[in-house]
Ligand binder design. Structure first.
Ligand code: IPE
Ligand code: IPE
Ligand code: MG
Length: 258
């Protein structure tokens, strides 16, 4: 059976449109291993991984998923060889230049999460421009975590709140979950409903430790460059089989009468 273009773009029939995650977060892992397996240099994996993320964003747009947050570069990734770090910075630059117009056309609002100050000046101004240009867009919120570290984010939030207390803007009792949430980089964004990590690793690697407190965690052995629509479909299908209780009790579909 060949897929018609309609099949490719529309939500698969076995997924319930009303039970989709509103926000999907992704740890895009396994680019290097994918390249090595093909006998290619690691950076070829990053290039291929960039295509995967582009298609995933489009897929979210097609299937009605309103927010996608991807981990592109961690505060720990500076430990990699300089050539790989430089390649990644150039790749972000090139992608942003090449894709911005299309993202704008497709109603994508882009935001970068992380400490952008150590990034190359040209990339930083490109990022600022992309955020400003796409700010009014409402179809898909696309967050890209670059030089992001969850612990650093929490330390900065603590400092920020302490400063507010010292200056009298808030009282000590004013520090609650909502205030801390507002002091994070993800201020104003809902917490992810689903986290996907590829490549078989089952850890968070310092990604969104506060925001993932009640997120459903999906791990797959597939490497990031191979994560296509079919793989995403599978992850969403798994998500829809989960029962999210948030500490309460399961809602039974059947009344038992006791
Ligand atoms: C993820 O793939 C991309 C980044 C961290 C930038 P990796 O580069 O970590 O790939 P592996 O884990 O070495 O295979
Ligand atoms: C996490 O992947 C960071 C990104 C995907 C950007 P890593 O490959 O850096 O994580 P570890 O080192 O295996 O934990
Ligand atoms: Mg990795």
């Amino acid at each position: 059976m060949t897929l018609t273009s309609d099949d490719y773009f529309s939500l698969p029939a076995d997924l319930h449109p009303q039970a989709l995650p509103a926000h999907v977060a992704v740890i895009m892992d396994g680019n290097g291993r994918w390249a090595t397996r093909q006998g290619l240099p690691r950076v070829a994996g990053h290039r291929q991984g960039a295509k995967t993320v582009k298609d995933l964003l489009r897929c979210c747009n097609d299937w009605g998923i309103g927010a996608l947050t991807v981990y592109a570069f961690s505060t720990e990734n500076w430990r990699r060889p300089m050539e790989e770090v430089n390649f990644l910075m150039r790749l972000f630059d090139r992608l942003l230049r090449r894709e911005l117009a299309e993202m704008q056309q497709e109603g994508v609002r882009i935001q970068f999460l992380g400490d952008l100050s150590p990034l190359p000046e040209r990339l930083r101004s490109l990022m600022a421009e992309a955020m400003a240009l796409t700010r009014p867009n409402q179809r898909v919120q696309f967050n890209v975590a670059v030089n992001y570290g969850g612990r650093e984010e929490l330390v900065n939030a603590a400092r920020n709140l302490a400063h507010q207390v010292m200056s009298g803007t808030i009282s000590l009792d004013g520090i609650d979950e909502a205030a801390l949430g507002r002091a994070l980089l993800t201020e104003g964004l809902s917490d992810p409903d689903l986290l996907i990590r590829t490549s078989g690793e089952q850890r968070l690697s310092n990604f969104l430790p506060w925001q993932l407190a009640y997120t459903e965690l999906y791990f797959t052995d597939q490497l990031w460059p191979e994560f296509d629509r079919a793989a995403f479909h599978q992850a969403l299908h798994w998500y829809q089989s989960r029962q999210r209780r948030f500490g309460g009790l399961a809602r039974s579909p059947i009344a038992h009468g006791f």
